[in-house]
Design a protein around this ligand. Structure first.
Ligand code: AVI
Length: 324
């Protein structure tokens, strides 16, 4: 049986203590969005969120990829090298892989090594003809490169395409998003394309429901950051003294996740004290929403041209082909 090539670039994990202490020292307290996935419980909660009726993002993207797989595969062309950022363990790309015409290889990249390697093995067992090169790495790092020595004996590659699914681009601000797109252009050596799943602007009540679900899973996902800090950094956050708040900001076109202090209080983390006023927030995430025009502009600013967009019938979500 064909085996995946496993390539461990030993991604360095973020310095949790440093990020927490510096984030809490800012006048607008904040955490980076990666904190949600810091422990298994956070990742499991996200898997559950993705199955919620109110959180339309995951199922809508899968649906778009499934329904349009032939057309998308035709745009990607023959002998395509498909690179996937943050592939995780969701098999949402499999319908596309099935539709591709003799792909040169599939390169899933993820920081979570164990999950990635299990997923790579599963993909190879499902598609024994496919070359799978799984890369454990942090694709957001400046120094990240593709393991070119592993690609040298692949048959002729006619197109290199980076798939970035799940609307994770939306968790970056505009400057960060453009920087990631430019870095991606360099990764494929200025020739190729990106296939990006991006959540669309829509009725704010739909967005509000998606990030304030009735089962309270998103609230737990947000508050779990404080539990992790308590456990790992000898902190004394009282979770009953904070609540999840996730409004849509129509001016900035984004859902914002906050943890709001219910009262004035002092919290100790690793021996340092942090004062909270009543109503003060820790800003834990932004989830930007785009219009097709926004996507066109963003692409152009990063040196790409938006060539094709596929959306669902309700125009909730988009999958976009951006060419260099
Ligand atoms: C990972 N990311 C695309 C999710 C989003 O929708 O922005 C994270 C999330 N936050 C709350 N719910 C889901």
């Amino acid at each position: 049986m064909n085996q995946p090539i496993l390539c461990d670039l030993q991604p360095t994990l973020i310095d949790f203590r440093h990020e927490v202490l510096s984030g809490l020292s800012l006048s607008q307290k904040q955490f980076p969005p990666q904190f949600f996935f810091h422990d298994k419980y956070g990742s499991d909660l996200f898997t559950q969120i993705c199955k919620l009726e109110e959180y339309y993002i995951t199922r809508t993207e899968i649906d778009i990829l499934q329904k349009n797989s032939q057309e998308i595969a035709a745009v990607l062309g023959k002998s395509c090298l498909l690179i996937e950022y943050g592939s995780g363990s969701i098999e949402k790309v499999h319908p596309l892989i099935e539709a591709l015409d003799s792909p040169a290889a599939y390169i899933p990249i993820d920081i979570a090594r164990e999950h990635l390697f299990t997923y790579a093995e599963l993909t190879t067992s499902k598609y024994p003809e496919l070359n799978v090169i799984a890369v454990a790495a942090d694709y957001t790092q400046k120094e990240f490169r593709l393991p070119n020595e592993k690609l040298s004996n692949l048959a002729n590659i006619e197109n290199k395409v980076i798939l970035f699914a799940g609307s994770t681009l939306g968790n970056l601000n505009r400057i960060e998003a453009i920087a990631l797109l430019r870095k991606s252009a360099a990764l494929i050596e200025g020739k190729g394309a990106m296939l990006i799943g991006i959540d669309l602007k829509k009725d704010p009540t739909v967005l509000h429901a998606a990030y304030n679900d009735s089962q309270g899973l998103t609230a737990q996902f947000n508050l779990n950051i404080l539990s992790n800090i308590n456990r790992e950094l000898d902190a004394d956050f009282d979770l009953d003294n904070f609540y999840h708040y996730a409004p849509y900001n129509p001016v900035l076109g984004r859902i914002e996740l906050h943890l709001i202090s219910k009262l004035s209080q002092i919290v100790t983390v690793s021996g340092q004290q942090f004062t909270f006023r009543e109503g003060e927030s820790i800003h834990s995430e932004n989830s930007h929403k785009y219009s097709i025009e926004d996507i066109q502009e963003l692409s152009a600013e990063a040196g790409f041209m938006l060539k094709e967009t596929w959306v669902d019938d309700h125009k909730l979500f988009s999958v976009n082909y951006l060419e260099l």
